[in-house]
Design a protein around this ligand. Sequence first.
Ligand code: CA
Length: 229
Amino acid sequence: MENFLKNKKVALIDMDGVIYDSMKYHVRAWQQIVDELNIPFNAEEIYIYEGMVGTEIIDKIFRKATGKEITKERAQELYDRKSQLFREIGHNDPMPGTAEMLKALERAGLRRILVTGSAQKTLLNSINSDFPGAFNPGDRITAHDVTHGKPDPEPYLKGLALAGVRAEEAVVIENAPLGVRAAKGAGAFTIAVTTGPVPKELFEKEGADLIFPSMPEFAAVLDSISGHD
Ligand code: CA
């Protein structure tokens, strides 16, 4: 494979489903919410909405299941409850292969910047101890820094601005179709790693530049193209 990291200075890296194997806990929390509401919904569908602002996801689910709109206040209330459930049932399981992926990026000379739509303190506070040295303090864009969630390009545009690089100098690492759309909208070379059940075709449709079937396979390719296999 050609060296797609050539001339790249920065890697903008998503969190849920990339750094942490956390999507299974989000799915469980969402399933509990819809079960309590007694609306028909298969929580696996969350993988399609991943990256969107939580209240927008509530709105989508509700509209699809009932044909009705939900008030902003009620959506916020349900999202707060979902976040609470996530904190209760979630664990910060590092994604297998991610530590190796981050080290390979470091060896290739790329600065790593976290770009997530999440505001979950439980995960954000654990990154520096779970992946020591992987990110410099302050090298992160979170839900607190943006007004638009993915698929809007804003989170990735802010990541580029924080790094002070042009889009052509950055790669994005994503696991969600809407995350890929946001990254492509920002003009970055976008790598999708399918760490969940979303079919490859959805990433192709969003214009992902490269698609890898798992994090360990992606990490191994990074190592070989940067001459450390
Ligand atoms: Ca993600």
